[in-house]
Design a protein around this ligand. Structure first.
Ligand SMILES: *Cc1c(COP(=O)(O)O)cnc(C)c1O
Length: 230
C-alpha cells in the first residue's frame, strides 16, 4: 500500500468522526443518517486534502467561487465520475453560464436577477442543476439571501414565472448567535413551501442543524483543517 501523508491521515480520520457524529445526531431524532448529505466545503484547501477525502470515500464537495471550482474539478471529475459539486457561495450573473455548466447543485439563488440568469442558461444548455434558495435568516445587511418574510413569494415566483424547480432552502445564520432558532425558522419556511431539502449547519453547528431537519450539512474546516488565507 502507498504511504499516506499526515494531512491525508488527518482528513480520513476527520471524515470518519464527522460521519459518526452525523449518524448519532440523526438517530437521536429518529432520522435515517442516509438522509443527511455531508458536503465537504473545500474552498481554499490544498489539493492533497481533497484527494485524501476522495480516497476515504467522500464524493460531495462544495465551493464558494466559480473560478476556483473551474480550476479544481474538471480533472477530479474525470477520475471520479460520481463526484457531485455544490456551489455554496454568492453567484454573479455574468458567471451563471459557467456555474450551470459546472455545478450539480446551486445553493445560492438569492435574488431575482440570478434566478432569471439561471433559468436562461439552463434552457440554453439543457442542463439542470438542482437549485436551493438562500434565505438571509438573520436579515443581515452584509449577507446575501432573500429575507425570510419574502421567501415564500420568491420561491413561488421562481416556480410559476420562471418555471424553475426549487429543491430546497439554504441559510448561513448570524455568527455568534445560537443558530437553533434560525435553523428552525428555515425548516418551518421549507415546510410551508413543500420543499424537501434543507442546507444548514457548518463545522461548528452541523449536529444542531441535523436535529432541526438539515438534509445537507456544509462542513469545511472540521473536515479539511484550516483554510489557506488570501
Ligand atoms: C466556508 C463555508 C462553509 C464551511 O465553513 P466551516 O465553518 O469551515 O465548516 C459552509 N458554508 C458556506 C456557505 C461557506 O462559505
Amino acid at each position: 500500500m502507498a504511504e499516506t501523508s499526515p494531512a491525508a491521515d488527518t482528513v480520513a480520520a476527520n471524515l470518519a468522526a464527522i460521519r459518526a457524529e452525523i449518524a448519532e445526531a440523526a438517530r437521536a431524532v429518529d432520522r435515517d443518517p442516509a438522509d443527511v448529505t455531508l458536503i465537504g466545503v473545500a474552498k481554499k484547501q490544498p489539493m492533497d486534502r481533497l484527494h485524501a477525502a476522495l480516497d476515504a470515500g467522500l464524493r460531495v464537495f462544495g465551493e464558494n467561487r466559480v473560478q476556483e471550482a473551474q480550476a479544481k474539478y474538471p480533472d477530479l471529475r474525470a477520475r471520479y465520475p460520481d463526484l457531485a459539486l455544490h456551489l455554496v457561495g454568492p453567484l454573479q450573473s455574468n458567471k451563471a453560464e459557467d456555474a450551470v455548466a459546472l455545478f450539480d447543485v446551486i445553493q445560492t439563488v438569492d435574488r431575482p436577477k440570478i434566478a432569471r440568469a439561471l433559468a436562461k442558461e439552463m434552457a440554453e444548455q439543457d442542463r439542470h442543476p438542482r437549485l436551493f434558495v438562500q434565505v438571509n435568516v438573520g436579515e443581515e445587511p452584509q449577507k446575501a439571501g432573500i429575507p425570510p418574510a419574502e421567501a415564500e413569494d420568491f420561491v413561488r415566483w421562481c416556480r410559476e414565472d420562471l418555471g424553475l424547480t426549487i429543491s430546497g432552502l439554504m441559510c448561513i445564520p448570524p455568527l455568534d448567535e445560537d443558530p437553533a432558532l434560525y435553523f428552525a425558522l428555515l425548516a418551518e419556511t421549507a415546510q410551508r413551501l413543500d420543499l424537501p431539502q434543507l442546507s444548514m449547519g457548518m463545522s461548528a453547528d452541523y449536529t444542531t442543524a441535523i436535529r432541526l431537519g438539515a438534509t445537507h450539512v456544509r462542513v469545511g474546516s472540521a473536515l479539511f483543517g484550516e483554510r489557506e488565507t488570501g
